[in-house]
Design a binder for this molecule. Structure first.
Ligand code: UD1
Ligand code: CA
Length: 478
């Protein structure tokens, strides 16, 4: 039994052999009990298959083939593939061996090594795959399998060895005898094959097993029968070997990926106060000296600048937060928060909103598809929609832009240095000139020119002695 080591190897002429990678991703994943194909289930914001494809692409193979299912959802996968990658559809899900058969179609005439990767093992990294390839070359093998020893080998295929310790075959858990099931060494699902030999043996696979599927793993026995050398690459990397077959495994792998993402952010200079309650998607960036406070989710294409404070209690989805901004207990979606802005607590900043430098969106404020100019403030209890606010403007508490007439949305334009009185309703479309004021409690339906005061409310009338009269005569209601 040879053990995986990261150390160098003898230079071999085979090292220059061309490499193709085939990623198997067509399986339905019955155990997921889902309408979504398994490899498309997201882990930290991207399909789990994407991680395997990253590792595969990092090897810079001459050809990268992805075997996908016929569902329309796979269009998303195809769209995300590197331009050099080729996708093939496995129309009928007849097993991993059949999937390789489909994957070899675009490799007709290819001569070299074919690395086959299960698409449902997302924690694998390029480093492990490089070592696998090196091992295959060093062993001058025709086929190399990857194995790991697990405390609980569960549903994985077992690596069966003979008395000399040589690999004899791989047996699926469901087809294994009790003695075979007791074996703790399992098949990880990363292989390297000589292309010509792989082509030779694929047609010999049968579906004569518990699952009625063409097992890729049966190839090991075929190679050995023909006298081909099969090498084993035994890794100690248990995490890289974790397959996702159920939602329980999905959660386990997600937890590890999440921890890795947070670790990367911290090593790059961001403070994560409580990693156990912080969720950050793959690809999110956080600048130096920013602090992510507890109970915070940063998802999608979110980008946080330097020296920001985000949290506690924030959800940011596809949000851009510029340097020095602070966002507290708020929900932000597809928006941009400029330099040194303050948001929250309890703000909801919706798509197509931009807060310019130093702007404020305070407590119980909802802003949609609007621009708030430099240094302008919407401090309390407001709804601002389809609105452009200039610079240095203050929006009084309780201001509402009535942007919807029941059929269409209308814009509100508010200039620079405007003082909006509390509880103003702007009935859009309407515009307010620079330096203007509105009276508190006004329903503004007409444009206000620059420097004017717009007031639109009923005149106050005081009825003297009202309360006294109301209290008399005293009635006994019993
Ligand atoms: C497979 C291995 C098992 C190994 C385990 C490691 C086989 C027969 N067994 O088991 O020895 O321990 O992976 O995780 O390969 N696929 C297709 N088309 C199909 C069927 C499967 O593309 O018709 C793809 C799947 O998307 C997946 C891979 O092949 O990426 C493996 O299939 P899966 O059904 O997950 O096999 P396991 O039972 O996990
Ligand atoms: Ca699997």
């Amino acid at each position: 039994m040879s053990v995986d080591t990261a150390t160098g190897s003898s230079a071999s002429s085979r090292a220059s052999r061309p490499l193709a990678v085939v990623v198997l991703a067509a399986g339905l994943g019955t155990r997921m009990k889902s309408d979504l194909p398994k490899v498309l289930h997201p882990i930290c914001g991207r399909p789990l298959l994407a991680y395997v494809l990253d590792a595969a692409a990092a090897l810079q193979p001459e050809r990268l083939v992805v075997v996908v299912g016929p569902e329309q959802e796979y269009d998303r996968v195809r769209a995300a593939l590197p331009s050099t990658a080729i996708s093939v559809v496995q129309q009928e899900r007849l097993g991993s061996g059949d999937a390789v058969r489909a994957g070899m179609d675009p490799l007709a005439g290819f001569d070299g090594d074919v690395m086959v990767l299960n698409g449902d093992v997302p924690l694998v990294g390029e480093e492990l795959l490089l070592r696998l390839r090196r091992h295959h070359i060093d062993c001058t093998a025709r086929a190399t399998i990857t194995s790991v020893v697990l405390a609980e080998p569960a549903h994985y295929g077992r690596v069966v060895r003979d008395a000399n310790g040589d690999v004899r075959r791989i047996v699926e858990a469901r087809d294994a005898s009790p003695e075979e099931r007791a074996v703790a060494e399992i098949n990880v699902g990363f292989y390297v094959f000589d292309a010509a030999e792989l082509r030779r043996f694929l047609p010999s696979l049968t579906a004569d097993n518990a699952q009625g599927e063409y097992y890729l793993t049966d190839l090991v026995h075929r190679f050995l029968e023909a006298g081909d050398r099969v090498a084993d690459f035994l890794t100690a990397d248990v995490e890289a070997s974790m397959g996702v077959n159920s939602r329980v495994e999905l959660a386990g792998v997600t937890a590890i990926m999440r921890a890795r993402i947070l670790e990367r952010l911290m090593l790059d200079g961001a403070t994560v106060e409580d990693p156990s309650s912080t969720y950050v998607d793959w690809g999110v960036t956080v600048g130096r000296d920013s602090i992510i406070r507890p109970q915070t989710m940063l998802t999608g294409a979110t980008t946080i600048g330097e020296r920001c404070i985000v949290g506690p209690g924030c959800v940011l989805q596809d949000a851009i937060v510029d340097d020095g901004a602070s966002v507290v207990s708020s929900h932000l979606v597809e928006c941009r928060v400029g330099r040194d802005c303050t948001v929250g607590p309890f703000a909801y900043i919706r798509p197509r909103t931009e807060l310019a430098e130093g702007a404020k969106a305070g407590s119980f404020v909802e802003i949609k598809a609007s621009r708030v100019g430099r240094g302008s403030k919407v401090p309390h209890l407001s709804y601002i929609g389809d609105t452009t606010i200039g610079e240095g403007t203050n929006i009084g508490a309780g201001t509402i832009t009535a942007n919807y007439d029941g059929e269409r949305k209308h814009p509100t334009t508010i200039g620079d240095g405007v003082k909006v009185g509390s509880d103003t309703v702007f009935v859009a479309p309407v515009s307010v000139g620079d330096g203007a004021y509105t009276g508190a409690g006004s329903a503004i339906t007409k444009d206000i020119p620059p420097d004017a005061l717009g007031v639109a409310r009923g005149k106050q009338e005081n009825i003297e002695g009202y309360a006294q009269r109301r209290r008399l005569p005293t009635r006994d209601d019993g």
